[in-house]
Design a protein around this ligand. Structure first.
Ligand code: NAD
Ligand code: UGA
Length: 479
C-alpha cells in the first residue's frame, strides 16, 4: 500500500521545512506536522511563518490545506499516521549527569511515550532529531514495553542534513538521504517504505541505507567534520594575523587541492547555530562514556578553538579602540548566526555583544531578519548578564544599518548578510565618530575601498590596515 499518512512531531526548523518539502513532492501523501506549542502552530497557519527560510513561504502556500497541515492535535496526528517523524529538539543537558555535554533526550522520550500511549495500529517511527548513538534502542524499549496487542513498531534513523538559510535547496537537492534500520526482514521493509517516500524526488543512488547505529553516528560525525574545518581555518587565521599571511589566500590555496575541497573554509568570528556545538559536545560525552579519552579530547579541541576565536575577535575590538569601549557607541551589523536566517541560537554575535557590554559599551544593533524582542531576550538572558535592566538601557535596536551607525565609534560585522556589502560606506563614515573603525568579522567588505574612505579596518586572518591618510601622515612624521 505504501505510506499514505505522515505525522511529524515537532514543528521547528527541521520538522516544518522537511515536511513541507515532503508534501510538495508527494501529493499522494497527507502530511500533518504537530507541536505542543500553540503559538508555533498558529504561526505555521498564518501569513508570517515562525521561521525565515528562503523559498519556504512558496512551498507552504502551495501545500497548506491541501496535503500539508499544522496542528496541535497530536493525538489524531499520531493515531492516523502510518509513519511518524520525531523531530523534536535535543538540547545539551543543563543539569544532572552529563550536564553541559550530553544530549537531553527528554523531548524524544516524551514523543516516544506519547506514541506508545496513543497508537493503536502499526507504526514506523523515524528518528529525525539528532541523537546519541543507540538512542533508537531507548525509543524502541519505551514503545515495546508499552505495546498494545496487535500493534508493532519499527524504528528507523533518518537524520537531517539541511542547513538553515538554504534548507529548501538542501531538501530538494540533498547530497544524500541516510536511512538506518534493523537488519531484520521487518526492519528492511520499513527502510524500503521510507525510501519510497524520498524516491519521489531523490534519485535512489543518493539514498543510503545502513544499520541504525551507523546512521545515528554519521549525523554526529558529519557535523563534527564540518565544524572541524571551520576551527582549522580559524586557528590558521590567528597565525595569519601574526605573520602577515592572508587567511583567504591560504584557504584558497589549500581548498584547490581536490582531496581537501574549498567548502567550509571561510574564516569567521566562530561558528554558531543550534547544532555544531551541541552535537560535538554530545560526541565528546559519548567518547568519555566509552572510555575513549583521547578521542574525546580530540573533538573537544574543535569547540575550544571556536571559543578562542570568538574571544580573540571580541578582545581585539576592545584593544583596537584604545583598550577601552566604556561609554563608546558600537554598531553591531548582524545578529543571526549566519545569513538568510532569523535564528540566533549560539550566535557568535551574542558572545561579541556580551564582551562589549561587560566592557561598558553602548550597542546599536541591526539585523535584517532577527526580531527586536529576540535580540533583547538573548542579551538579557542570565548567561549574558545579571543586570537585565542595565542591558535594556545600553542596547538599542534599529531597523537599518545607517541608523545603527549614527554616532558610533566602531562598526562590527557579525553576520555575512548580502545587504551589508551594498551599504554606502561614504554615508556611514560621515555619521560616525572619528577615528571610525570597522571590524569585519565575516570578511565580506571591500577593505581597500573602506581604507580609501578613511576607516580603520580590521578583519579576521589579515594584519591590521590603517587608513591611507594615517599612513601618509605617519611617513611624513618619520621624514
Ligand atoms: P526546534 O526547537 O526548532 O523545534 C523542535 C520543536 O519540537 C519545538 O517546536 C517544540 O515545541 C517541539 N516539541 C518538543 N517536544 C514535543 C512533544 N513532546 N510534542 C510535540 N512537540 C514537541 O528544533 P529544530 O531546530 O527543528 O531541531 C530539531 C532536531 O533536529 C534537533 O535534534 C536538531 O539537532 C536536529 N537538526 C536541526 C537542524 C537545524 O538546522 N536546526 C538541522 C539538522 C538537524
Ligand atoms: C549545520 C550543517 O551544515 C548541516 O548540515 C546540519 O544539518 C545542521 O548544522 C544541523 O545539524 O543543525 P547550520 O548550523 O544550519 O547547518 O549552518 P552552517 O552553514 O553549517 O553554518 C554553521 C555556522 O558555521 C555558522 O555560524 C556559519 O557562519 C559558520 N561557518 C560556516 C563559518 O564560520 N565558516 C564556514 O566556512 C562555514
Amino acid at each position: 500500500m505504501g505510506i499514505q499518512k505522515i505525522c511529524c512531531i515537532g514543528a521547528g526548523y527541521v520538522g516544518g521545512p522537511t515536511c513541507s518539502v515532503i508534501a510538495l513532492k508527494c501529493p499522494n501523501i497527507c502530511v500533518t506536522v504537530v507541536d505542543r506549542s500553540q503559538e508555533r502552530i498558529a504561526q505555521w497557519n498564518s501569513e508570517k511563518l515562525p521561521i525565515y527560510e528562503p523559498g519556504l513561504d512558496d512551498v507552504v502556500k502551495k501545500c497548506r490545506g491541501v496535503n500539508l497541515f499544522f496542528s496541535t492535535d497530536i493525538h489524531t496526528g499520531i493515531q492516523e499516521a502510518d509513519l511518524i517523524f520525531i523531530s523534536v529538539n535535543t538540547p545539551t543537558k543543563v543539569f544532572g549527569n552529563g550536564k553541559g555535554r550530553a544530549a537531553d533526550l527528554k523531548y524524544v522520550e516524551g514523543a516516544a511515550r506519547m506514541i506508545a500511549d496513543i497508537a493503536n495500529s502499526n507504526k514506523i517511527v523515524v528518528e529525525k532529531s539528532t541523537v546519541p548513538v543507540r538512542a533508537a534502542e531507548s525509543i524502541l524499549n519505551i514503545l515495546r514495553a508499552n505495546n498494545k496487542p496487535g500493534v508493532s513498531y519499527q524504528i528507523l534513523s533518518n537524520p537531517e542534513f539541511l542547513a538553515e538559510g538554504t534548507a529548501i535547496e538542501d531538501l530538494l537537492h540533498a547530497d544524500r538521504v541516510l536511512i538506518g534500520g534493523e537488519d531484520t526482514p521487518e526492519g528492511q521493509l520499513a527502510i524500503e517504505e521510507l525510501c519510497k517516500v524520498y524516491e519521489h524526488w531523490i534519485p535512489r543512488k543518493n539514498i543510503l541505507t545502513t544499520n541504525t547505529w551507523s546512521s545515528e553516528l554519521s549525523k554526529l560525525a558529519a557535523n563534527a567534520f564540518l565544524a572541524q574545518r571551520i576551527s582549522s581555518i580559524n586557528s590558521l587565521s590567528a597565525v595569519c594575523e601574526a605573520t602577515g599571511a592572508d587567511v583567504s589566500e591560504v584557504a584558497r590555496a589549500v581548498g584547490l587541492d581536490s582531496r581537501i575541497g574549498s567548502k567550509f573554509l571561510q574564516a569567521s568570528i566562530g561558528f554558531g547555530g543550534s547544532c555544531f556545538q551541541k552535537d560535538i559536545l554530545n560526541l565528546v560525552y559519548i567518547c568519555e562514556c566509552l572510555n575513549l579519552p583521547e578521542v574525546a579530547n580530540y573533538w573537544q579541541q574543535v569547540i575550544d578553538m571556536n571559543e578562542y576565536q570568538k574571544s580573540r575577535f571580541s578582545n581585539k575590538i576592545v584593544e583596537s579602540l584604545f583598550n577601552t569601549v566604556s561609554g563608546k557607541h558600537i554598531a553591531i551589523l548582524g545578529f543571526a548566526f549566519k545569513k538568510n536566517t532569523g535564528d540566533t541560537r549560539e550566535s557568535p554575535a551574542i558572545h561579541v555583544c556580551k564582551t562589549l557590554l561587560i566592557e561598558g559599551a553602548i550597542l546599536h544593533i541591526y539585523d535584517p531578519k532577527v526580531e527586536h524582542d529576540q535580540i533583547m531576550a538573548d542579551l538579557t538572558h542570565p548567561s549574558v548578564t545579571e543586570e537585565p535592566e542595565v542591558i535594556r538601557k545600553t542596547v538599542h535596536i534599529y531597523d537599518n544599518a545607517y541608523e545603527a551607525a549614527k554616532g558610533a565609534h566602531a562598526l562590527v560585522v557579525c553576520t555575512e548578510w548580502d545587504e551589508f556589502m551594498a551599504l554606502d560606506f561614504h554615508k556611514i563614515y560621515q555619521v560616525m565618530m572619528k577615528p571610525a573603525y570597522i571590524f569585519d568579522g565575516r570578511k565580506i567588505l571591500n577593505h581597500d575601498a573602506l581604507l580609501k574612505i578613511g576607516f580603520h579596518v580590521q578583519t579576521i586572518g589579515k594584519r591590521i590596515q590603517r587608513p591611507i591618510q594615517a599612513r601618509l601622515w605617519g611617513s611624513r612624521v618619520q621624514t
